[in-house]
Design a binder for this molecule. Structure first.
Ligand SMILES: [Zn+2]
Length: 312
C-alpha cells in the first residue's frame, strides 16, 4: 500500500466497492495485513522480518524469537469477539458520513444489541483517529482558548460548567485554514497555552495570539510572536478569525452531531475526532478517510472495554 493511496486500488471508492472487497473475514484480514505490514511481516516483539503463517487462524510465527502473533494483536481489534468485517462496516459508516455519527446511530446501523457496545466502539475508533496528527503545525498559526459547555444548575445554584479547550490552527492564507490541534486545558490561562503551543507548533513558526502578557513568553520559546494589543478587545473574533471560526464549527458539531452535554466526561475523545475530520475536510474521497482510519487503527494500542465506561 502506498504513501499516496489511490481510490479503487488502495481503498474502496463507493459502498458497492466496499461490499465487494470486504465480503469475507479473510478479505478484511488481508487488507489489515497490507496496512500493518506494507513490506511484509514484522515481529512486534523483536522486529525481525522473518516469519511464516502457522495456521488458518491467521497467526504468524517469528523465525527469530518464535513468538506467535496476529495482525490484530496490539491493535484496537485485539481480542474483539466481533468479526473484523463488522469493524470494517463501523469504520466505513463513521468515515463515509460527512460529520460522523452518534453512538445511537451506530447502534441502529449495525444492529448492536446495546448502546454501550456502540459507544465503546466509537471511542476505540476515535482513539485511532488521533494517531496521525502528531506532526507539528507550522507557518502562521493562530492560538487561543475557547470554552465548551454550558451552565448547569446544582444545589449551590447555577454554576458554570465550561471546560477550557486550547486551539491552534494554521492560517495558510487570508481565506484558507490549514490543520488544527486541540487540547483540554487543566485550567484556563495563558501559561497552559504556551505549553500547548510548544507541544503542537514547530519552532520557527509565527504564532498570533491576543495580547495577554503571559503569552509574550512565546517569543522566548523559539517563535515569532504577533499579538493584538487588546486583551479584552470587544471583537476578538475579528482579531483571530481562524481560531474563532474553528471554535464555532467545533461547538456546532459537538451539539449537532454528538448531542454533547456538559456532563459528558469524554470531550477529549471528541476533540480527537473533530481534528481528524477537520484536517481531512478537503479530501473528497470518503474512502480515503476509511483507509487512514484503518491504517491508524492497526498502529494503535488496544483499549479494553473496561477502560471506557459509557456515560448515560
Ligand atoms: Zn520475534
Amino acid at each position: 500500500m502506498a504513501d499516496h493511496p489511490v481510490g479503487g486500488l488502495d481503498y474502496p471508492r463507493t459502498f458497492q466497492e466496499f461490499r465487494d472487497w470486504f465480503a469475507t473475514e479473510d478479505a478484511c484480514l488481508d487488507y489489515l495485513e497490507g496496512l500493518r505490514w506494507p513490506e511484509g511481516f514484522v515481529c512486534p516483539d523483536c522486529g525481525d522480518r522473518q516469519g511464516w503463517r502457522i495456521s488458518q487462524r491467521r497467526m504468524w510465527m517469528c523465525a527469530t524469537c518464535h513468538r506467535k502473533t496476529s495482525v490484530t494483536a496490539g491493535t484496537i481489534f485485539h481480542r474483539s469477539h466481533t468479526p473484523i468485517s463488522t469493524w470494517f462496516a463501523a469504520a466505513w459508516f463513521v468515515t463515509s458520513t460527512k460529520n460522523g455519527v452518534s453512538a445511537l446511530a451506530l447502534q441502529q446501523q449495525l444492529g448492536f444489541g446495546s448502546y454501550e457496545t456502540a459507544w465503546a466502539w466509537l471511542h476505540k475508533l476515535r482513539r485511532a483517529m488521533v494517531r496521525p496528527d502528531r506532526d507539528q503545525l507550522s507557518g502562521l498559526v493562530e492560538l487561543d482558548e475557547t470554552f465548551i459547555g454550558g451552565v448547569s444548575v446544582g444545589k449551590q445554584g447555577a454554576s458554570t460548567d465550561k471546560v477550557p479547550v486550547q486551539i491552534a490552527v494554521e492560517r495558510v492564507s487570508d481565506r484558507k485554514l490549514g490543520r488544527v490541534r486541540f487540547a483540554l486545558a487543566d485550567a484556563p490561562g495563558s501559561l497552559g497555552l504556551v505549553e500547548f503551543a510548544c507541544a503542537t507548533v514547530a519552532p520557527g513558526s509565527t504564532i498570533r495570539t491576543d495580547g495577554a502578557r503571559m503569552l509574550r513568553r512565546l517569543g522566548e520559546r523559539g517563535y515569532t510572536h504577533e499579538y493584538t494589543t487588546g486583551y479584552n478587545s470587544p471583537d476578538r473574533a475579528a482579531e483571530l478569525p481562524g481560531v474563532h471560526m474553528v471554535a464555532s464549527l467545533l461547538k456546532r458539531w459537538l451539539i449537532g452531531t454528538l448531542h454533547y452535554r456538559a456532563s459528558d466526561k469524554h470531550l477529549e475523545y471528541y476533540l480527537d475526532e473533530y481534528a481528524f475530520r477537520f484536517n481531512r475536510r478537503t479530501s473528497t474521497a470518503r474512502g480515503l478517510l476509511f483507509y487512514r482510519l484503518l491504517q491508524q487503527a492497526v498502529a494503535t494500542d488496544p483499549h479494553p472495554l473496561t477502560e471506557l465506561t459509557a456515560e448515560s
